[in-house]
Ligand binder design. Structure first.
Ligand code: ARG
Length: 561
């Protein structure tokens, strides 16, 4: 807690903020302070003995509002926090849920976040889980910090797969049948197409011709396209509802059809386009990258071409300060090329583009492939998680009248949480047992802790705000809880700065662990009123932090479990 603020105050006398942050430690005993700075590490650079360094640094922290006292002991600078100030902060967290961890650091700044960006007429599979929930979490985290956020679903609604689907629909089904069915039906046509096209290559020519007709705005072809899109959007809409995901724009790839020419003109004007075997490319040899292909020999544009147009459109429409792309690391090269081309074009937002990469999710029993049809549907994963959660609730809370609602929150929450637990870049192997473990580093564990707080508060009644006597919390367990409650805001900021929702995820698990240790060691509702009041206020603050943290991640908090 306060480490960030301490390190910026101590970035003096040639020390960097990061150096200080890395050096700050928790003292072995609490009588040596809440945090200490061992100064041995700086002796060489500062050409001073450690005790002299500590003495020199002391004045820089003495005046800080949260510091009560400082002392130099040997080569250490020990810092004691102001308990009364801490009590007031705990109280304000207990009293006002809406502002927990919030700030206005983003005021006046706009962040565009491109996330989820599913492909129309392809299934919403587990591979799109991470982009969806990481993007959704970043959306809410930035919003909580006062940024103006624009969530964009850059739908993959363009490409030859639509031609293939038209061929499949005409051969084995009809427009009416597709319109009446769901996305699974649509996918079965897609799978069948790929199976049969292997021995029937002329189908691909047919598909290309149909796609060309879509591109030319032919009304028969467009009618198919519209139905495919409607069926898929209906299906993904349901999933977004369960995951609590929303977007401000669904401008997908097709939206840019009439916006690419202007970009190609800029490229030509700047002499960046080269011809290569009939195609138009931007040569990126100087940057050690393969050329960026923008127009094929037959005149067709590509994914990258549409992304260039999208970047210009977003800058013009939203005037963003940052434009984030939450997309799997498999597309690292695409984004490196894209950003480089935009730089060469002198695009105004070129320095503000960021690829927020993440790793793969696979199931315990192996990966997936859309084409062969061996795919793990997200909806099925959610349903199965809810079903398993239902069975657990049945045992833990047989009397509850809210079992269905609780199971939905716990099951869906567990899946969401699993994708937000690690640093983005790590690959994840998904296991139902692991994510639903009530004693693990999981959302059920955190939700359970919240329910425990809620039940203690129901028993103890609301506490007396304005009367918190922090000295009533004398034990280390309680003090650890206080510190974790108070440093939550730092984790929210770190999550935004690093674009890592796991800073929030980890913080609330850590808080839950600390609270449970406290709870097991101490009764909340005791007769001693100042102690009861302090513990109730702290419990309320913990509940508020957990609820805020989970809601930033897109997860509900059932009041009982
Ligand atoms: N639809 C793409 C996919 O599923 C992701 C699009 C990401 N956004 C972007 N602007 N390229 O792989």
């Amino acid at each position: 807690m306060y480490k960030q603020r301490l390190s910026s105050a101590l970035a003096v006398e040639g020390l960097s903020e990061q150096e200080v942050l890395n050096a700050l430690e928790k003292p072995k005993e609490s009588k040596m302070g809440d945090v200490c700075l061992p100064c041995f590490k700086f002796a060489r650079a500062m050409r001073l003995a450690p005790p002299a360094i500590a003495a020199k640094l002391l004045p820089y922290v003495e005046g800080l509002d949260f510091v009560e006292r400082t002392e130099v002991v040997g080569g250490y600078l020990n810092i004691f926090y102001d308990r009364a100030a801490m009590a007031r902060k705990v109280e304000s967290i207990a009293a006002d849920k809406a502002t927990v961890g919030a700030s206005d650091e983003g005021k006046g700044k706009t962040v565009c976040i491109d996330y989820s960006s599913v492909n129309i007429a392809k299934p919403f599979h587990i591979g799109h889980l991470s982009t969806t929930v990481i993007g959704g979490a970043l959306y809410r985290i930035f919003e909580h910090l006062g940024y103006n956020v624009v969530g964009i679903n850059h739908l993959g609604d363009w490409g030859t797969q639509f031609g293939k689907l038209i061929v499949a629909t005409r051969r084995w089904s009809s427009l009416e049948e597709v319109a009446q069915n769901d996305e699974y039906f649509l996918n079965s046509l897609y799978v069948r197409y790929h199976r049969e096209a292997e021995c029937c290559p002329e189908m691909d020519d047919e598909a290309r011709a149909w796609f060309k007709r879509i591109e030319d705005g032919d009304s028969e072809a467009t009618a198919y396209f519209d139905v495919f899109k409607a069926v898929t959007m209906n299906a993904v809409g349901k999933i977004y509802g369960r995951l609590k995901i929303r977007f401000d724009s669904y401008a997908g790839e097709s939206f840019y059809n009439d916006k690419m020419d202007a970009c190609l003109d800029i490229l030509k004007e700047k002499n960046l386009l080269m011809e290569s075997e009939g195609a138009q490319v931007v040569n990126l040899d100087a940057y050690n990258m393969p050329p960026c292909l923008l127009v094929k020999a037959d005149g067709a544009t590509l994914y990258a071409t549409r992304d260039i147009a999208a970047a210009y459109y977003r800058k013009k429409t939203y005037d963003f300060d940052k434009c984030l792309y939450v997309v799997a690391y498999q597309q690292n090269l695409h984004f490196k090329q894209l950003f480089q081309v935009l730089k060469l074009m002198d695009f105004a937002g070129a320095e503000d583009m960021e690829h927020i990469a993440f790793g793969m999710v696979s199931m315990e029993d192996g990966a997936m492939s859309t084409r062969s049809g061996r795919v793990v549907w997200l909806q099925e994963v959610l349903d199965k998680a809810v079903e398993k959660a239902r069975a657990i609730i049945e045992v833990k809370n047989p009397e509850s009248t809210q079992k269905d609602e609780i199971a939905e929150s716990v099951g869906v929450g567990a899946v969401v949480f699993s994708a937000l637990w690690n640093n983005r870049i790590k690959d994840i192997v998904f296991s139902f047992d692991k994510v639903l473990n009530f004693d693990g580093e999981t959302s059920p564990y955190v939700q359970y802790t919240y329910a425990r707080c809620a039940s203690a508060l129901r028993k103890g009644g609301e506490a007396d705000v304005g009367n918190m006597d922090l000295s009533a919390i004398t034990d280390d367990e309680g003090y650890e809880v206080i510190k974790s409650v108070l440093s939550f805001g730092d984790s929210v900021k770190a999550a935004a700065k690093l674009r890592e929702p796991c800073c929030v995820t980890r913080h609330i698990v850590d808080l839950a662990e600390k609270f449970n240790r406290f709870y097991i060691g101490h009764r909340i509702v005791v007769d001693d009123m100042p102690v009861r009041n302090a513990r109730l206020l702290l419990t309320r603050a913990v509940a508020n932090v957990i609820e805020t943290g989970l809601s930033l991640l897109g997860i509900d908090c059932p009041p009982e479990m």
